[in-house]
Design a protein around this ligand. Structure first.
Ligand code: NI
Length: 169
């Protein structure tokens, strides 16, 4: 396993649309292992492959609380089969937009289909944090960041702030 660099805004790679994965093999599992290690080290609760510069429809996530055992989740080619009309606001952040947090409104419940770590098809319902996180991560696969859901002014301010941080680092 290896730690990978996480891309931050305004890196144009983050705007790329990721490609579907043909087969879940050992190479893809190695990528997912690296992604989880990178996510835990950051630390974060979700990471899409494009955030480490790999344009594949792959996501890792762990929503366990700090004092709970790890619960790594892997999503390959995730799709939303259904989304509720009911929405909920949630204050989101993103490893590619460090130190910026803002409220995004998304469907409160979604029904998902994806391939897991072993390439098995899974269908399940998501709500609460899980629904927020999977929708945020799936946006990444289409080149969309959570700040793209905000006003243009807020988005520009966020990018400016991240650029400033990068310069200071
Ligand atoms: Ni993100």
């Amino acid at each position: 396993m290896a730690l990978r660099d996480i891309l931050v805004v305004p890196d144009p790679i983050l705007k790329k649309v990721s490609d579907r994965v043909d087969v879940v093999d050992d190479d893809l599992r190695a990528l997912m292992d690296d992604m989880l290690e990178t996510m835990y080290a950051a630390p974060g609760i979700g990471l899409a492959a494009i955030q480490i510069g790999v344009a594949k429809r792959v996501i890792v996530m762990d929503l366990a609380k700090q004092d709970e055992p790890k619960e790594p989740r892997h999503f390959v080619n995730p799709e939303i089969l259904w989304a509720s009309e009911e929405t909920q606001p949630y204050e989101e952040g993103c490893l590619s937009v460090p130190e910026i947090y803002d409220e995004v409104e998304r469907p409160a419940h979604v029904k998902l289909r994806y391939l897991d770590y072993h390439g098995k098809t899974i269908e399940e319902d998501a709500e609460g944090m899980y629904a927020v996180c999977i929708q945020h991560e799936m946006d990444h696969l289409d080149g969309v960041l959570f700040i793209d859901h905000l006003s243009r002014l807020k988005r520009e301010q966020a990018v400016k702030k991240v650029k400033k941080q990068a310069k200071a680092a």
